[in-house]
Design a protein around this ligand. Structure first.
Ligand code: KG4
Ligand code: ZN
Length: 351
Protein backbone atom coordinates (compact mmCIF):
# COMPACT_ATOMS: atom_id res chain seq x y z
CA UNK A 1 0.00 0.00 0.00
CA UNK A 2 1.31 3.41 -0.96
CA UNK A 3 -0.26 6.60 0.36
CA UNK A 4 0.58 10.18 -0.34
CA UNK A 5 -0.64 12.39 2.50
CA UNK A 6 -1.10 16.12 2.44
CA UNK A 7 2.06 18.17 2.84
CA UNK A 8 3.41 18.13 6.36
CA UNK A 9 4.38 21.27 8.13
CA UNK A 10 8.16 21.59 8.50
CA UNK A 11 7.80 23.66 11.69
CA UNK A 12 9.19 21.21 14.22
CA UNK A 13 12.37 19.17 13.94
CA UNK A 14 11.92 15.84 12.19
CA UNK A 15 13.99 12.79 13.12
CA UNK A 16 14.29 9.81 10.80
CA UNK A 17 15.71 6.43 11.78
CA UNK A 18 17.13 4.96 8.57
CA UNK A 19 18.14 1.40 7.75
CA UNK A 20 20.23 0.24 4.75
CA UNK A 21 21.02 -3.40 3.89
CA UNK A 22 20.99 -3.47 0.08
CA UNK A 23 24.43 -5.02 -0.44
CA UNK A 24 27.30 -5.77 1.95
CA UNK A 25 27.03 -3.04 4.60
CA UNK A 26 24.53 -3.21 7.45
CA UNK A 27 23.87 0.43 8.29
CA UNK A 28 21.60 2.56 10.47
CA UNK A 29 21.50 6.30 11.13
CA UNK A 30 19.47 9.00 12.81
CA UNK A 31 19.04 12.08 10.59
CA UNK A 32 17.62 15.43 11.70
CA UNK A 33 15.61 17.47 9.18
CA UNK A 34 17.18 15.58 6.26
CA UNK A 35 20.46 17.42 6.60
CA UNK A 36 22.21 16.45 9.81
CA UNK A 37 23.42 12.92 10.56
CA UNK A 38 23.21 12.59 14.35
CA UNK A 39 24.65 9.10 13.98
CA UNK A 40 25.86 6.94 11.09
CA UNK A 41 26.72 3.35 12.02
CA UNK A 42 28.11 1.01 9.35
CA UNK A 43 28.94 -2.64 9.95
CA UNK A 44 30.99 -3.75 6.96
CA UNK A 45 31.08 -7.34 5.70
CA UNK A 46 34.18 -6.73 3.57
CA UNK A 47 36.39 -9.11 5.57
CA UNK A 48 34.18 -12.14 4.95
CA UNK A 49 33.46 -11.43 1.25
CA UNK A 50 37.18 -10.85 0.61
CA UNK A 51 37.67 -14.58 1.20
CA UNK A 52 35.49 -15.25 -1.87
CA UNK A 53 36.73 -12.39 -4.09
CA UNK A 54 33.34 -10.64 -4.14
CA UNK A 55 29.95 -10.33 -2.44
CA UNK A 56 28.25 -13.70 -1.83
CA UNK A 57 24.51 -12.85 -1.62
CA UNK A 58 23.56 -15.67 0.76
CA UNK A 59 26.32 -14.75 3.19
CA UNK A 60 25.39 -11.07 2.93
CA UNK A 61 21.78 -11.82 3.98
CA UNK A 62 22.87 -13.92 6.95
CA UNK A 63 25.34 -11.28 8.12
CA UNK A 64 22.66 -8.58 7.87
CA UNK A 65 20.40 -10.64 10.13
CA UNK A 66 23.16 -10.88 12.74
CA UNK A 67 24.13 -7.21 12.58
CA UNK A 68 20.91 -5.30 11.98
CA UNK A 69 19.59 -5.09 15.57
CA UNK A 70 22.90 -4.11 17.24
CA UNK A 71 23.57 -1.55 14.47
CA UNK A 72 20.16 0.11 14.94
CA UNK A 73 20.62 0.13 18.73
CA UNK A 74 24.02 1.76 18.28
CA UNK A 75 22.63 4.38 15.88
CA UNK A 76 20.01 5.44 18.43
CA UNK A 77 22.58 5.42 21.26
CA UNK A 78 25.11 7.48 19.26
CA UNK A 79 22.40 10.04 18.52
CA UNK A 80 21.39 10.07 22.21
CA UNK A 81 17.78 9.34 21.20
CA UNK A 82 15.09 6.71 21.67
CA UNK A 83 12.87 5.00 19.15
CA UNK A 84 9.93 6.98 20.57
CA UNK A 85 11.68 10.23 19.53
CA UNK A 86 11.66 9.25 15.84
CA UNK A 87 9.08 10.69 13.44
CA UNK A 88 9.44 7.91 10.86
CA UNK A 89 11.41 4.82 9.90
CA UNK A 90 13.04 4.91 6.44
CA UNK A 91 14.48 1.86 4.72
CA UNK A 92 16.07 1.02 1.39
CA UNK A 93 13.57 -1.15 -0.49
CA UNK A 94 15.48 -1.40 -3.78
CA UNK A 95 17.48 -1.81 -5.91
CA UNK A 96 19.98 -4.30 -4.49
CA UNK A 97 20.36 -7.97 -3.56
CA UNK A 98 16.88 -9.27 -2.83
CA UNK A 99 17.79 -11.32 0.26
CA UNK A 100 19.87 -8.48 1.68
CA UNK A 101 17.14 -5.89 1.05
CA UNK A 102 14.52 -8.13 2.66
CA UNK A 103 16.37 -8.13 5.98
CA UNK A 104 16.24 -4.32 6.22
CA UNK A 105 12.68 -4.07 4.93
CA UNK A 106 11.37 -6.72 7.36
CA UNK A 107 13.25 -5.09 10.24
CA UNK A 108 12.00 -1.58 9.44
CA UNK A 109 8.42 -2.84 9.12
CA UNK A 110 8.65 -4.62 12.48
CA UNK A 111 10.06 -1.53 14.21
CA UNK A 112 7.57 0.84 12.61
CA UNK A 113 4.66 -1.46 13.50
CA UNK A 114 5.76 -1.99 17.10
CA UNK A 115 6.56 1.68 17.74
CA UNK A 116 3.55 2.94 15.73
CA UNK A 117 5.72 5.04 13.43
CA UNK A 118 5.22 5.81 9.74
CA UNK A 119 7.25 3.68 7.31
CA UNK A 120 8.97 5.19 4.25
CA UNK A 121 10.59 3.00 1.58
CA UNK A 122 13.56 4.67 -0.12
CA UNK A 123 15.25 4.11 -3.48
CA UNK A 124 18.93 3.31 -2.91
CA UNK A 125 20.14 5.59 -5.72
CA UNK A 126 17.98 8.43 -4.44
CA UNK A 127 19.79 7.87 -1.15
CA UNK A 128 23.19 8.17 -2.82
CA UNK A 129 22.14 11.46 -4.44
CA UNK A 130 20.82 12.82 -1.11
CA UNK A 131 24.18 12.13 0.58
CA UNK A 132 25.08 15.49 -0.95
CA UNK A 133 22.46 17.27 1.19
CA UNK A 134 24.09 16.16 4.43
CA UNK A 135 27.34 18.07 4.13
CA UNK A 136 26.16 20.87 1.85
CA UNK A 137 23.45 22.83 3.69
CA UNK A 138 23.25 25.27 0.76
CA UNK A 139 22.60 22.61 -1.91
CA UNK A 140 19.07 22.70 -3.27
CA UNK A 141 17.60 21.36 -6.51
CA UNK A 142 17.80 21.78 -9.40
CA UNK A 143 21.23 20.25 -9.98
CA UNK A 144 22.93 17.64 -12.08
CA UNK A 145 24.17 14.48 -10.36
CA UNK A 146 26.58 11.86 -11.65
CA UNK A 147 25.77 8.64 -9.79
CA UNK A 148 28.60 6.13 -10.00
CA UNK A 149 28.28 3.02 -7.86
CA UNK A 150 28.96 -0.70 -7.97
CA UNK A 151 25.64 -1.39 -9.69
CA UNK A 152 24.73 1.88 -11.41
CA UNK A 153 26.15 4.65 -13.58
CA UNK A 154 23.53 7.35 -14.11
CA UNK A 155 23.62 10.98 -15.15
CA UNK A 156 20.58 12.46 -13.43
CA UNK A 157 18.74 15.78 -13.48
CA UNK A 158 17.51 16.42 -9.94
CA UNK A 159 14.65 18.73 -10.81
CA UNK A 160 13.26 18.96 -7.27
CA UNK A 161 13.38 17.07 -3.97
CA UNK A 162 12.38 13.51 -4.84
CA UNK A 163 12.13 14.28 -8.57
CA UNK A 164 14.64 12.75 -10.95
CA UNK A 165 15.10 12.57 -14.71
CA UNK A 166 17.70 10.17 -16.01
CA UNK A 167 19.67 11.73 -18.89
CA UNK A 168 21.97 8.78 -19.47
CA UNK A 169 23.06 5.47 -18.01
CA UNK A 170 25.50 2.69 -18.69
CA UNK A 171 24.76 0.28 -21.53
CA UNK A 172 26.72 -2.53 -19.87
CA UNK A 173 28.98 -2.52 -16.79
CA UNK A 174 28.63 0.05 -14.03
CA UNK A 175 31.73 2.15 -13.30
CA UNK A 176 32.29 0.34 -9.99
CA UNK A 177 31.99 -3.04 -11.69
CA UNK A 178 34.72 -2.00 -14.14
CA UNK A 179 36.97 -0.95 -11.24
CA UNK A 180 36.35 -4.23 -9.43
CA UNK A 181 36.96 -6.40 -12.52
CA UNK A 182 40.14 -4.56 -13.51
CA UNK A 183 41.36 -4.81 -9.91
CA UNK A 184 40.83 -8.57 -10.00
CA UNK A 185 42.63 -8.90 -13.35
CA UNK A 186 45.74 -7.17 -12.02
CA UNK A 187 45.65 -9.21 -8.82
CA UNK A 188 44.43 -6.55 -6.40
CA UNK A 189 41.41 -8.50 -5.15
CA UNK A 190 38.19 -7.31 -3.56
CA UNK A 191 37.10 -4.58 -2.97
CA UNK A 192 38.80 -3.33 -6.11
CA UNK A 193 37.90 0.35 -6.38
CA UNK A 194 39.89 1.70 -3.42
CA UNK A 195 42.87 -0.51 -4.35
CA UNK A 196 42.97 0.74 -7.96
CA UNK A 197 42.61 4.29 -6.62
CA UNK A 198 45.69 3.84 -4.39
CA UNK A 199 47.85 2.01 -6.95
CA UNK A 200 47.00 4.46 -9.77
CA UNK A 201 48.68 7.23 -7.79
CA UNK A 202 52.02 5.48 -8.41
CA UNK A 203 51.43 5.00 -12.15
CA UNK A 204 51.46 7.04 -15.36
CA UNK A 205 47.92 7.71 -16.67
CA UNK A 206 49.28 8.19 -20.19
CA UNK A 207 51.40 5.03 -20.31
CA UNK A 208 48.77 2.92 -22.11
CA UNK A 209 45.95 4.19 -24.31
CA UNK A 210 42.69 2.47 -23.41
CA UNK A 211 39.48 3.27 -25.36
CA UNK A 212 36.83 5.82 -24.33
CA UNK A 213 33.55 4.48 -25.69
CA UNK A 214 31.14 6.84 -27.45
CA UNK A 215 27.57 5.72 -28.16
CA UNK A 216 25.97 7.02 -31.37
CA UNK A 217 22.87 9.08 -30.73
CA UNK A 218 23.14 8.74 -26.93
CA UNK A 219 25.61 11.40 -25.80
CA UNK A 220 24.97 10.83 -22.09
CA UNK A 221 25.11 7.03 -22.06
CA UNK A 222 28.18 5.20 -20.81
CA UNK A 223 29.87 1.91 -21.72
CA UNK A 224 32.68 0.33 -19.73
CA UNK A 225 32.77 -3.28 -20.94
CA UNK A 226 35.00 -2.43 -23.95
CA UNK A 227 37.43 -0.67 -21.62
CA UNK A 228 37.47 -3.67 -19.30
CA UNK A 229 38.15 -6.01 -22.29
CA UNK A 230 40.91 -3.70 -23.54
CA UNK A 231 42.65 -3.98 -20.16
CA UNK A 232 42.33 -7.79 -20.25
CA UNK A 233 43.66 -7.91 -23.85
CA UNK A 234 46.59 -5.73 -22.87
CA UNK A 235 47.44 -8.02 -19.95
CA UNK A 236 47.13 -11.13 -22.15
CA UNK A 237 49.31 -9.70 -24.89
CA UNK A 238 52.00 -8.74 -22.35
CA UNK A 239 51.89 -12.27 -21.00
CA UNK A 240 52.19 -13.80 -24.48
CA UNK A 241 55.13 -11.57 -25.36
CA UNK A 242 56.77 -12.28 -22.01
CA UNK A 243 56.70 -8.57 -21.15
CA UNK A 244 56.50 -7.48 -17.56
CA UNK A 245 53.29 -5.61 -16.65
CA UNK A 246 53.56 -2.33 -14.78
CA UNK A 247 50.39 -2.70 -12.70
CA UNK A 248 50.47 0.89 -11.49
CA UNK A 249 50.53 2.14 -15.11
CA UNK A 250 47.61 -0.17 -15.98
CA UNK A 251 45.63 1.11 -12.98
CA UNK A 252 46.41 4.76 -13.75
CA UNK A 253 45.69 4.45 -17.50
CA UNK A 254 42.42 2.59 -16.86
CA UNK A 255 41.37 5.16 -14.28
CA UNK A 256 42.18 7.99 -16.69
CA UNK A 257 39.91 6.42 -19.34
CA UNK A 258 37.06 6.26 -16.79
CA UNK A 259 37.75 9.85 -15.69
CA UNK A 260 37.64 11.12 -19.30
CA UNK A 261 34.34 9.32 -20.03
CA UNK A 262 32.71 10.65 -16.87
CA UNK A 263 33.98 14.23 -17.08
CA UNK A 264 33.17 14.74 -20.79
CA UNK A 265 29.54 13.58 -20.42
CA UNK A 266 28.95 15.46 -17.18
CA UNK A 267 30.29 18.74 -18.57
CA UNK A 268 28.31 18.25 -21.79
CA UNK A 269 25.12 17.66 -19.79
CA UNK A 270 25.75 20.70 -17.59
CA UNK A 271 26.16 22.89 -20.67
CA UNK A 272 23.08 21.50 -22.42
CA UNK A 273 20.77 21.65 -19.40
CA UNK A 274 22.01 25.04 -18.24
CA UNK A 275 22.31 23.68 -14.68
CA UNK A 276 24.97 25.56 -12.73
CA UNK A 277 25.38 22.97 -9.97
CA UNK A 278 27.05 19.57 -10.40
CA UNK A 279 27.15 16.82 -7.75
CA UNK A 280 28.59 13.32 -7.62
CA UNK A 281 27.37 10.31 -5.64
CA UNK A 282 27.91 6.57 -5.12
CA UNK A 283 30.88 4.46 -4.07
CA UNK A 284 33.01 5.35 -7.10
CA UNK A 285 32.56 9.05 -6.26
CA UNK A 286 35.04 8.32 -3.43
CA UNK A 287 37.73 7.94 -6.13
CA UNK A 288 40.36 10.64 -5.70
CA UNK A 289 41.19 11.06 -9.42
CA UNK A 290 37.50 11.36 -10.38
CA UNK A 291 36.83 13.90 -7.62
CA UNK A 292 39.88 15.98 -8.58
CA UNK A 293 39.12 15.93 -12.33
CA UNK A 294 35.47 16.90 -11.89
CA UNK A 295 36.39 19.63 -9.42
CA UNK A 296 38.83 21.14 -11.93
CA UNK A 297 36.39 20.82 -14.84
CA UNK A 298 33.62 22.49 -12.80
CA UNK A 299 35.92 25.30 -11.72
CA UNK A 300 37.05 25.90 -15.32
CA UNK A 301 33.45 26.06 -16.52
CA UNK A 302 32.06 28.10 -13.61
CA UNK A 303 29.88 25.38 -12.06
CA UNK A 304 29.52 24.80 -8.32
CA UNK A 305 30.75 21.30 -7.49
CA UNK A 306 29.33 19.16 -4.65
CA UNK A 307 30.72 15.86 -3.40
CA UNK A 308 30.06 13.86 -0.23
CA UNK A 309 32.88 12.72 2.07
CA UNK A 310 34.11 9.25 1.05
CA UNK A 311 32.19 7.59 3.93
CA UNK A 312 28.95 9.10 2.61
CA UNK A 313 29.77 8.05 -1.00
CA UNK A 314 29.86 4.33 -0.23
CA UNK A 315 26.78 2.63 1.22
CA UNK A 316 25.50 4.14 4.46
CA UNK A 317 22.16 4.86 6.14
CA UNK A 318 22.57 8.62 6.67
CA UNK A 319 21.90 9.10 2.96
CA UNK A 320 18.74 6.95 3.27
CA UNK A 321 17.65 9.12 6.21
CA UNK A 322 18.05 12.25 4.11
CA UNK A 323 16.13 10.82 1.15
CA UNK A 324 13.54 9.39 3.55
CA UNK A 325 13.05 12.81 5.13
CA UNK A 326 12.18 14.48 1.81
CA UNK A 327 9.85 11.61 0.87
CA UNK A 328 8.23 11.81 4.33
CA UNK A 329 7.87 15.58 4.00
CA UNK A 330 6.14 15.18 0.64
CA UNK A 331 3.65 12.85 2.31
CA UNK A 332 4.93 9.42 1.25
CA UNK A 333 3.91 6.58 3.59
CA UNK A 334 4.24 2.86 2.94
CA UNK A 335 2.14 0.01 4.28
CA UNK A 336 3.08 -3.32 5.86
CA UNK A 337 3.11 -4.78 2.35
CA UNK A 338 6.25 -2.81 1.39
CA UNK A 339 8.47 -5.27 -0.45
CA UNK A 340 12.10 -5.54 -1.54
CA UNK A 341 12.42 -4.76 -5.27
CA UNK A 342 15.85 -5.81 -6.56
CA UNK A 343 15.62 -3.94 -9.89
CA UNK A 344 13.67 -0.85 -8.83
CA UNK A 345 14.07 2.00 -11.36
CA UNK A 346 14.90 5.52 -10.22
CA UNK A 347 11.97 7.86 -10.76
CA UNK A 348 9.29 5.19 -10.24
CA UNK A 349 7.20 5.53 -7.10
CA UNK A 350 7.89 2.75 -4.61
CA UNK A 351 4.65 0.83 -4.13
O1 KG4 B 1 27.71 2.77 -3.81
P1 KG4 B 1 28.44 1.56 -3.39
O2 KG4 B 1 29.06 1.54 -2.00
O3 KG4 B 1 27.55 0.30 -3.51
C1 KG4 B 1 26.61 0.16 -4.54
O4 KG4 B 1 25.50 0.74 -4.40
O5 KG4 B 1 26.96 -0.48 -5.55
O6 KG4 B 1 29.58 1.34 -4.48
C2 KG4 B 1 30.49 0.29 -4.39
C3 KG4 B 1 31.48 0.45 -5.53
C4 KG4 B 1 32.42 -0.75 -5.66
O7 KG4 B 1 32.46 -1.14 -7.01
C5 KG4 B 1 33.75 -0.17 -5.20
O8 KG4 B 1 34.87 -0.81 -5.80
C6 KG4 B 1 33.63 1.27 -5.64
O9 KG4 B 1 32.30 1.60 -5.33
N1 KG4 B 1 34.56 2.16 -4.94
C7 KG4 B 1 35.54 2.83 -5.56
C8 KG4 B 1 36.26 3.53 -4.56
N2 KG4 B 1 35.67 3.26 -3.35
C9 KG4 B 1 34.62 2.42 -3.62
N3 KG4 B 1 35.90 2.89 -6.87
C10 KG4 B 1 36.94 3.66 -7.19
N4 KG4 B 1 37.69 4.34 -6.29
C11 KG4 B 1 37.38 4.31 -4.96
N5 KG4 B 1 38.11 5.00 -4.09
ZN1 ZN C 1 25.20 1.99 -3.10
Amino acid sequence: MYLKMENQSAQKDTYILAVETSCDETAAAVVKNGRKALSNVISSQIAIHTLYGGVVPEIASRKHIEAVNPVIKQALADAGMRLEDMDAIAVTSGPGLVGALLVGVAEAKAIAFAAKKPLVGVHHIEGHICANYIENPDLEPPFLCLVISGGHTHLVKVTDYGRYEILGKTRDDAAGEAFDKVARSIGLGYPGGPKVDALAKEGNPEAIHFPRAVIDGAPYDFSFSGLKSAVLNYLNSCEMKGEEVNRADVAASFEQAVVDSLVSRTMHAAKETGYRKVAIAGGVAANSAIRAALKTACEENGYAFYYPSPVLCTDNAAMIGSAGYYEYLSGVRHGWDLNAVPNLELGNDIV
